[in-house]
Design a binder for this molecule. Structure first.
Ligand SMILES: [Zn+2]
Length: 166
């Protein structure tokens, strides 16, 4: 059972230098194809321990360029290499940076502030509508109560009159 595995491990050592060169070329072209967006953007070779590869996969070129333009590479690396934070915290921070940079790219003047102001206005409108509905509910309850009181008193009056007549 061990003989085939020994043959397998020994076979790469027997390869010629030319064969090694072609394998290196193919691996480098493969690494270029799978390089993270950050390394592609900077035209650098993406190493297996690249700290940005996890947050910016190969198809995230636009988000990285937005983050790079808005925050700068130094800040991104500072967040990624911050050892005082947990992996989850670092991931959330990078996600927030990507969201903020994308929004800023779409709206360079307003950015996140315009969205927050819009949401605050919506909350304000919803609160006003809720107050109005609560007021209507209160009036309707009072109206129903008064109607019941009037009904009861009128039936009492009718009974009293009926007793007096009878
Ligand atoms: Zn990389």
């Amino acid at each position: 059972m061990q003989i085939p595995s020994l043959n397998k491990t020994s076979s790469p050592k027997r390869t010629t230098k030319a064969a090694k060169d072609t394998s290196n070329n193919s691996s480098s072209s493969r690494s270029d194809a799978t390089a993270c967006a950050a390394c592609k953007y900077q035209r650098r070779r993406c190493r297996p321990d690249c700290p940005l590869a996890r947050h910016f996969p190969a198809d995230a070129k636009k988000p990285f360029s937005n983050v790079h333009r808005f925050f700068g590479l130094k800040k991104v690396l500072k967040v990624v290499k911050n050892n005082t934070k947990t992996n989850r915290e670092r991931e959330n921070t990078i996600k927030c940076m990507i969201i903020e940079a994308n929004i800023r790219a779409n709206d360079p003047v307003g950015g996140c502030h315009r969205i927050i102001v819009g949401l605050e206005k919506q909350i304000q409108l919803c609160k006003m509508e809720l107050d109005h509905v609560n007021q209507l509910l209160h009036f309707s309850q009072v109206h129903n109560y008064m109607k019941n009181v009037v009904d009861v008193s009128s039936t009492l009056e009718e009974n009293v009159v009926a007793n007096m007549v009878g």
